[in-house]
Each structure stands twice: as C-alpha cells, then as structure tokens.
Write a protein that binds this ligand. Structure first.
Ligand SMILES: [Zn+2]
Length: 313
C-alpha cells in the first residue's frame, strides 16, 4: 500500500513539474510610442498610422494583454492634436492599455524633479482625453530610461509628485536592451541588408534566452525560491514588428502566462522597498536585491558585435 501510494506520488510529481512551470507569468510592455523611428516618419500621418496598424495587427492574435507607454512629444506639434488620438485609438481598439512615459522622454539627471513632473504633465494631455472618451482613467506611468532619481531628495520628490497625480508606477524586472538591437536593425533596414537583419533578429531572440536564464533564478532569490510575476520592457519598433512573435513563442515555451500589468503587480514582490539611489536605469530586481543588502548580479550584455555596431552609429 505504501509502495502504491509512493508510486502514485511519484507519478503526480511527474505531472506536477510541468504544471509548476506553467505558473510563470509575465506582463509585456512596449515603450516609446508612437514608434522608435526617424522624426520625419513620425510627422507623416500616413506613415505613422501604417506603422502603428501593422504593429498592432502583429500583436493582436498573440493576445499579449500588453500595456504601452506614450511620449506625446514624439509626434510633431502640427500633427499632434489630430494624429495622436487616431494612433492611440488603434492600440485601445486592440484591447491594449495606455500609460504615460512623459512628453519628451526627459532625462531627470539633467533637470529638476519639478521640471521632470511638468514634462510628465505635458505628456498626459491627449492620452488622458482619449482614455476619458472611453470611460477610462490614465494611471500607468513608466520612467524614461528607468531613471527614478539620482539623489534621495529627487527620488522622493518624483515619487511624491507621481502619487499626488494618481499614477501607478510600472516597474520593470526583465530588460534585454532591445532598443540597442533595434537601432542597429534600423540601420540594416535603411541599407536594405536582409541578411544582416536576420542575423540581428536571431541574435536578439538568442539574447532574450540568455537574459531569462539570468533573471529567472535571480528573481527567485528575492522570494525564497518562487519566481515572481515578471514585467518585460520592450519598445515599439521595427525589430519587434519582425521578431516579437519569436520572443512571445520563447516565453510560451518556458511556461509563461501572459498577464496584464495590473495582474502582475499584484505579486507581493512589487510591494518590496526600493532604496536604490543612483544615476542608473536598472531592473527592479537589482533595486530590491540591493535594498536587501545583497550584491547585484548584472544581466549579460548584448553580444559584442551588437554593442560595437551600436557605438558606431
Ligand atoms: Zn523609453
């Protein structure tokens, strides 16, 4: 009988292993809307609508439940009032959530907390109107460059200003420097070099694997062995237009469920204190590890040929 029970447990354990892996969860976020592209494209209503529609069409069947973060100032002033609501409504029609990423993607290290908050206010105008028309409220906020303040006073003033305005900060746990691959990819695109584009895309997907291999066990050290719900930072750009489906498939293969940002942030890890104050935009996993008094273990950098190509741009 004991043996029979034991073997039953063994069989259950076999089934339980993949079921446990299914508990992984990730909220996907795309920053720098409308798009990471040349200014001329962002001032051309037809071109920027086409980029947006194509990107959202790519995402829709994948059911990412993503949240996306807008820099209103990236759209030329002359076009903004008319074009930006149209662009934002494409995202909302696909069931994606909008957040504020400041007006000008302002670098807080070069200004005051007051000026930074004013830029955040300026960046909310059209997004708020578009959400209001649907009975929704603008509440998500993502720090540009993930910079949360380079002095304790500034960090406190920024956090208090965001809280006063009713924002919920969207932290990031998994950052894979997609923007760097994307900049190199744009150059290959401009040169019409399809072979190079493929090589960059494949390196990008491979790098995501490397980064997950680092962050998954690292994140579990914060929670006594349980991997918390992750928040992935990506950007709206041509690299992800072409390669995000493979990133998505990679997460599915590793047992992730795609959850909304709000759902991910219900994980208790997001209530962890963050006393990290430096001029650095880093994963919240590093901030919490540092706050706990343990040494930060940095994630792997993109391959050298990518960082070299980026430096040479
Ligand atoms: Zn950004």
């Amino acid at each position: 009988m004991i043996r029979a029970l034991f073997s039953t447990f063994a069989v259950l354990a076999l089934f339980a292993a993949p079921a446990m892996a299914q508990q992984r969860a990730v909220a996907v976020t795309f920053d720098d809307l409308p798009y990471q592209a040349a200014d001329a494209i962002l001032c051309d209503p037809e071109a920027s609508m086409a980029l947006t529609t194509r990107f959202v069409d790519m995402l829709r069947p994948l059911d990412t439940r993503a949240a996306v973060f807008v820099n209103e100032g990236k759209v030329c002033e002359a076009q903004r009032a008319d074009l930006l609501p149209r662009i934002l409504n494409v995202w909302l029609d696909a069931g994606l959530e909008l957040g504020n990423h400041t007006f000008s993607h302002i670098n807080v290290h070069r200004t005051t907390a007051e000026a930074w908050l004013a830029d955040a206010d300026q960046g909310a105008v059209i997004t708020r109107q578009v959400l209001k028309a649907r009975g929704q409220r603008l509440h998500w906020f993502r720090h540009p460059y993930l910079f949360t303040g380079d002095t304790p006073e500034k960090k406190a003033a920024m956090a208090a200003g965001l809280a006063e305005r009713g924002y919920d900060v969207a932290p990031v746990t998994i950052d894979n420097n997609d923007w760097m691959f994307a900049a190199v990819y744009r150059q290959a695109e401009a040169a019409g070099d399809e072979a190079l584009k493929t090589r960059i895309g494949e390196a990008y997907v491979a790098h995501m694997t490397t980064v997950l291999n680092h962050f998954e066990p690292y994140s579990a050290e914060l929670t006594g062995g349980r991997e918390p719900a992750q928040v992935l930072l990506l950007h709206a750009n041509s690299l992800n237009q072409d390669w995000y489906p493979q990133i998505h498939a990679l997460y599915l293969a590793r047992g992730y469920r795609f959850v909304s940002l709000g759902e991910a942030l219900q994980d208790p890890i997001y209530a962890h204190a963050d006393d990290y104050v430096r001029a650095a935009g880093i994963s919240w996993l590093h901030r919490w590890t540092s706050t706990d008094g343990r040494p930060i273990r940095w994630e792997p950098e993109p391959p050298k040929w990518i960082t070299d190509a980026y430096a040479a741009l």
